[in-house]
Ligand binder design. Sequence first.
Ligand code: AMP
Ligand code: ZN
Length: 490
Amino acid sequence: MNADLQVYNSLTRQKEVFKPLNHPRVGMYVCGPTVYNDVHLGNLRTFTSFDLIYRWLKELGYSVRYVRNITDVGHLENDADEGEDKIGKKARLEQLEPMEIVQRYTNGFHEVMRIFGNFPPSIEPTATGHIVEQIEMVKEIMSKGLAYEANGSVYFDVREFSKTQAYGELSGRQIDELMSGSRDLDGQSEKRDSLDFALWKKASPEHIMRWPSPWGEGFPGWHLECSVMSSKYLGMPFDIHGGGMDLKFPHHECEIAQNVAATGCSRPVQYWMHGNMLTLNGKKMSKSDGNFLLPGDLITGNHPLLSRGYSPQAIRFFFMQAHYGSTLDMSEEALQAAEKGYQRLSQAYTTLKGMPAEGNENPGVEAWAERCQKAMNDDFNSPILVAQLFEAAKWIQSAASGQLKLSPTALQTLKHEFERFFIRVLGLNEQQEGIGANRLEQVMELILEIRREARIKKDWGTSDLIRDRLGKAGIVVNDGKDTSSWQFEL
Ligand code: AMP
Ligand code: ZN
C-alpha cells in the first residue's frame, strides 16, 4: 500500500501524508446534488474530480467506501434558512409530486454521471430516507444544550457552541468577526443570533414536504443530512469529506459543528477536500445567475456559445487537464484544444495496443511510469499526469514510424502503464470512445449525410423516416441551419 500519497487538506491548509484511520479501508463522503433541476457543467466538474480521487485511491489498493448523497429535501432557496424548499418550489411550479421531481432529476443525474465515465458511489443515501436519524441527531444536540426550540423550529446555538469548540476553522472565519459582521436580528426572527442555523424547520401550512417530529410537523435543515448520513455509513471520525469550494461555508462549517456537538468527536473528518469552480466568462458557473452550460448542450453543440458538439471524453479530458483545486474557465477554444489532446492520446493508445516489439531499445519507460505515479500521489495532479502521457505518445509515434525499436519488456510496461493511467485512472473509457465509438461516429456521419441530401431534394419522407428511426434507437437528431448533429437521448 502506498504511503506516499499526499493530500491537500482544506482544514489545515497544507498537503499532508494520507493515513487512513482504518487502513486499508478508506471512507469518503461527497456532497451530492440537490435534485431540483439538471446538473450543470460546474456540478459535473466537481463530481468528476471526486471520481478521479476515488479511482486513484482504489488504484493504490485501498478498499474505499464512497458515499455520495442525494439532497431531496431541506435545501432552501439562497442556501439560507428562509425561503421555499428548492424541490417543493419546482414541484409547485410543475404541478408534480416533489418525489416526481426528485426521481426525474436523480435519473438525469445518473445518466450524466454514466455518460461522462463516473463510477457510481458505494452508497447513495437520500435525505428523505433518513428523517428518523436526523430527528435523533437534533435531539442529541439539544440534550447537550447546544440547540434550542423556537416556535416549532430548532436552531443550533453557535454562540454557546463556540464557548468550548472552534467554529469557523475550515473556512478561516473568526467567530468574533462573524458575530460583529452578522446582521442584527429584526426582532421578528426566532433565532437568538443571526449566526445560528436551522436543524429543523417548522413547515408552514403551504409547505408540501413535511414530517412529524417532537417539535411539530416540519422538515430537516440542509446541513443536517450530511452530518447524519456521513456518520451513519462511515462512522465518526472518518477519512475524507469532499464537495465544491462554495460549500465550505456555511454548509461544511455547520456540518462540523453538528457532528462535534452530537458526538463529542473533536475532528469528525480527517481530510477535507474541495474541488474548485468551473467558470464561464470568468464568473462561477451557476444556474441562478443564468451563467451556465448543461452537459447535454456540450454534446449536441446546441448553445449560442458553441459552434458544434464535443464528445463526453473530450469534455472529461478538458477537466483532467486542470488540477481539481484550481479554477478552470470554460471556452470553446479551450474545449477544442482539449479535444485535440484527447484524440492524440486516444490514437496513441490504439496504435500502442497493436504494436509488436521490434528491437531492444528502452527510452526509460519504468522511470516514466514512476513519474505518472508520483504525479497522482502529489494531491491527484492530473495535469502533470496528462503531460507525462503526451511524453509517452511521442515514443509511441517514433515506434510506429520505425525510428524507435522498443524491447519486449519496454513495450509491455508501456502498454500496461499507459492503459492504467489513461483508461483506468483518468477514466477515459475506451468502450465509449475507442474504435467502436469511432465506427459509430462514421456511420452516423453517413446517415446524416444521406438525410442532408434528402432534405436538399425536399424528400421529407426519407428525412423524417431517418429521424424517427434514430429516435426509436435512442438517438436524437438536432438540425442546425446548415448541418445536423446527433446525441444519445439524455
Ligand atoms: P448543488 O446541487 O448546488 O448542491 O451542487 C452540487 C455540487 O456542485 C456541489 O459540490 C457544488 O459545490 C458544486 N458546484 C456548484 N457550482 C459549481 C461550479 N461552477 N464549478 C464547480 N463545482 C460547482
Ligand atoms: Zn453536504
